[in-house]
Design a protein around this ligand. Structure first.
Ligand SMILES: [Zn+2]
Length: 169
């Protein structure tokens, strides 16, 4: 089931999410819905807070559903390692219409549970490393906009406020 994606300004997006206690059928349904919602958007990643659930879960698929092996589900993820630096354009389903260059480590090793509760680890570089860090940020209540410096950030925030006031956000 496709769930509505919250946008910048909604409180759930700006607060840290809680760890998942148990992989209940409700959590499994949530993960299924997150996958459906990510593919429908379409997007390459989605975190639970983006659909209004403050739990530490994200899904990523750089293939947008074209490669069955491309789907990654991470429950209660943590960074094992991060190094290097990359500077690329980034966007977010919760900040539609805006992109900005964000500095991120170029490599990230992430460990977490998969949908069945098995611990797995991914060693990622490039776009996947960026996606991991973007989604991990969501679990801590941070959006890419928050990672921008002064003027750039203010510009986007001002435009969003304007759209909000006009009822277009
Ligand atoms: Zn995002």
């Amino acid at each position: 089931m496709i769930r509505p994606i919250l946008k910048y300004g909604d409180q759930t997006l700006h607060e840290p999410a809680a760890a998942v206690d148990a992989l209940t059928s409700e959590v499994d349904r949530l993960i299924g819905d997150m996958i459906d919602t990510m593919y429908a958007a379409p997007g390459i990643g989605l975190a639970a807070p983006q659909v209004g659930v403050a739990l530490r879960i994200f899904v990523i698929d750089l293939s947008l559903g074209h490669d069955p092996a491309g789907l990654i589900v991470m429950v209660n993820p943590r960074f094992v390692e991060r190094d290097g630096m990359q500077l690329e354009e980034e966007g977010c389903l919760s900040v539609p219409g805006f992109n900005a260059t964000v500095v991120r480590p170029s490599r990230a090793v992430v460990q977490g549970l998969d949908r069945s509760g098995t611990m797995h680890e991914k060693d990622a570089t490039g776009l996947l490393a960026r996606a991991f860090q973007h989604e991990m940020d969501h679990l801590d209540g941070t959006l890419f906009v928050d990672r921008l410096r002064g003027v750039k950030r203010d510009l986007i925030v001002r435009r969003i406020r304007k759209l909000s006031r006009a009822g277009k956000w």
